[in-house]
Design a protein around this ligand. Structure first.
Ligand code: DOR
Ligand code: ZN
Length: 352
């Protein structure tokens, strides 16, 4: 008999779908398997105000397939000039679910991010007061810090002081990528949770660079050592409520990925929940998949879990190599494209 697993519908607590044509191409892959997703605000220009957030949400709703019950959750891109009153208004009106902090120049489209942590204190104090989540790209951008140490140094220099200054502020350290990060989150007493991507659970830096430079394994934070990967797998599959699903699926056109300075990001939404299921099965932890994918995230955000369910079955299928995009971006290649994926989601009219 085919092995099957039914879980509450998962949410993706970290997703890039971009805008316009790319959003129309990418969003349906998330909407078919997930109840909600946090849409990251690093557009050009970024989503910085309640008005911009409301407009972006509207464009996301229009990009959904007919009849979809998926809910896009919008985030506010924090800058040195963000107005605490506007953030509060956006949160209270239900436009913004959270605020995203990018250190300036840490990653794709982060040039407008935070340069001076003194300048954001008023916003953080207001968020602490109204119980709004702060999502952080936790990498130190001091150029003297090695790229493999950026997460650890950010925790030390920026995150720990911030948790002390704002002890009531609930934080997500996004896309956790290191053993040191895992140890820190476990010690943070619930104030800081972490999203974990499918690819940080599967890849190490030898996969990325050991057999030729593989631009489709290049992301920020960069893929690290085997010891880091194993620590992340142990964390994700443990069921501990501070670790939850966030794909960081980040489509880019082929031209941007293969440029002289290639863009960071892996487009994994078409294989995301299936890849997590594979990882949990490999580690004998399928019984913890629902906690990681569907329960821990809502708990950290103070939101109810989804009522609907999805069913996964152990039937292999071949991941699509690429997704076509209207207009000049043309296409985005898919993480694990062309590979055989051992789990699939049962959709209506399929399976039995
Ligand atoms: O690899 C990444 N891609 N990391 C990020 O932080 C941003 C993302 C993107 O927007 O492409
Ligand atoms: Zn991201």
């Amino acid at each position: 008999m085919t092995q099957r697993l039914t879980i509450r519908k998962p949410d993706d607590w970290h997703l890039h779908v971009r805008d316009n044509e790319m959003m129309r191409a990418a969003l349906p892959y998330t909407a078919r398997n997930f109840g909600r997703a946090i849409l990251m605000p690093n557009l050009l220009p970024p989503v910085r105000t309640t008005a911009e957030g409301a407009a972006y949400r509207q464009r996301a709703l229009v990009a959904l397939p007919a009849g979809s019950t998926f809910t896009p959750l919008i985030t506010c891109y924090l800058t040195d000039d963000t107005d605490p009153d506007d953030v509060e208004r956006g949160f209270k009106e239900g436009v913004f679910t959270a605020v995203k902090l990018y250190p300036a120049n840490a990653t794709t489209n982060s040039a407008a991010g935070v340069t001076d942590y003194k300048l954001i204190e008023r916003v953080l104090a207001r968020m602490e007061k109204i119980d709004m989540r702060l999502l952080i790209h936790g990498e130190e951008v001091d150029p003297t810090v090695d790229v493999f140490d950026r997460e650890a140094v950010f925790i030390e220099r920026k995150l720990i002081p911030m948790t002390k200054q704002f002890p009531g502020l609930k934080i997500v350290l996004e896309h956790l990528s290191s053993k040191i990060g895992v140890e820190y989150i476990r010690s943070a007493g619930g104030q800081v949770g972490s999203s974990i991507t499918p690819y940080h659970l599967q890849l190490n830096r030898t996969d990325w660079l050991g057999w030729g430079n593989r631009p489709y394994m290049y992301c920020m934070p960069v893929i690290k050592t085997e010891a880091d990967r194993l620590a992340l797998r142990d964390a994700a599959t443990s069921g501990e409520s501070c670790f939850f699903l966030g794909t960081d699926s980040a489509p880019h056109s082929v031209a941007k990925k293969l440029a002289t300075t290639g863009a960071a990001g892996l487009f994994n939404a078409p294989v995301a929940i299936e890849t997590y299921a594979q990882v949990f099965e490999e580690d004998g932890k399928l019984h913890n998949l629902e906690a990681f994918a569907s329960l821990n995230g809502p708990k950290h955000y103070g939101l109810p879990p989804n009522e609907e369910t999805i069913t996964l079955e152990k039937v292999s299928w071949i991941a699509p190599e690429q997704v076509d995009v209207e207009g000049p971006e043309e296409r985005a290649l898919v993480y694990r494209g062309g590979e055989s994926i051992p789990w699939r989601v049962v959709h209506e009219g399929q399976g039995g």
